[in-house]
Design a protein around this ligand. Sequence first.
Ligand SMILES: [Zn+2]
Length: 328
Amino acid sequence: MEDFKNLIKLDLHCHLDGSLNVDSVFEVLEKQDSHYEKEELIRKLKVAPDCTSLTEYLEKFDLPLQCLQTAEGLKRAAYELVRDAAQENVRYIEVRFAPMLSVNAGLNCKKVLESVIEGLESAGKQYGVYASAIVCAMRHHSLEQNMEMMRVAREFLGDGACALDLAGDESGFPTHLFRELFLEARRLEMPFTIHSGECGSVENVKEAIDLGAKRLGHGIALQKSLELQKLCADKRIGIEMCPTSNLQTKAINSFDEYPLGQFVKNGLLVSINTDNRTVSGTTITQEMQIVRDVLGLGKDVILQCTKNAIETAFADDSVKHELYKEIS
Ligand SMILES: [Zn+2]
C-alpha cells in the first residue's frame, strides 16, 4: 500500500463538485441554515458501495453545487481539493468544473473562473502542486451558453485554465450536436478533452476523435472497436480512465470486464484518474491499488500510465520535463 503513496501522481480527470471536502460541505451548509447530521451528509455525498445506476450517482452532486454558488465557496473548494490531493503526493492535477452551473445573479462567468483559479493557484503554491482548470461545457446547455462560457474561459488559457471538456448526459445529447462548439474551440486554439464512450456509444468516441479531441474521458466503448483503438494509439490521444467511478455508474458490470489492461497492451495512452474523489470515495492511490490488486496488472503498467498522464497532460513542456524527472 505504502509504495503507491510515495509515488508521484497526476490526476487528469477530477471533477470539483464531486471532490469536495466533507467537513467543509458540512460547515458551509450549516451557514446556509441547511442542517444535516454528519452521517446523513456523508450518505448524501458518497455513493453506496452497492450503487446500481448513473442516476443514483448523479444525485450526489446536488448538495455540492449548493456550496459552489459564491466566489468564496468556489475558491475554498478548489483550494481544499488541491490540498487534499497533495496529501497522497499528487504533483499535477487538472480540476474540471462547469462554470455555468455556478453563474447566478451575483456571480458572472468570469468571476466564477477567477475564484476557482485563485483557489487552485494558492494551494498549488503552498503544497507544490501544478494545478489548473478544465472548463466543462454541458450537454444539456444551449450552444449560446457553452460558446459564451468557452470564450470567457479562453481568456484564462495558459493563465489558470488549460482546456475545454464536454460533460453531462452522453446518451441524451450525443457528441455530434456539439460540432460547432468544438470547431470554434479549434479556431480559438483551445485544446479539449471530451467525455466519450462512458455509456457505451462508440459513435461518440469516433466523433470526438474526428473533432480533434486530445483526450477522451473514460473511453470504455473503445473496447468495441480495435480500429478506433489503433487510431487513438496512432494519434497519441490520451484515455482518462477512472475505474471505481466506471464500476459505480455501471459503465461496466464488474472489473472482470474492465478494458484498462487491454487498452494498455494495444498501445493506448491510458491514465489512471479519480473522476470524483468524494462521490466515489476514492483517491489516486486507491485507483492504483485496484489496477494492481483487482485488475492484476503489474507495477510497470501503473508507471506506464503515469508516464502517459504526463505525455497527455494539458501542460507546458517545462512542466512535463519536471514531472518526468521526478518519476525517473
Ligand atoms: Zn468525468
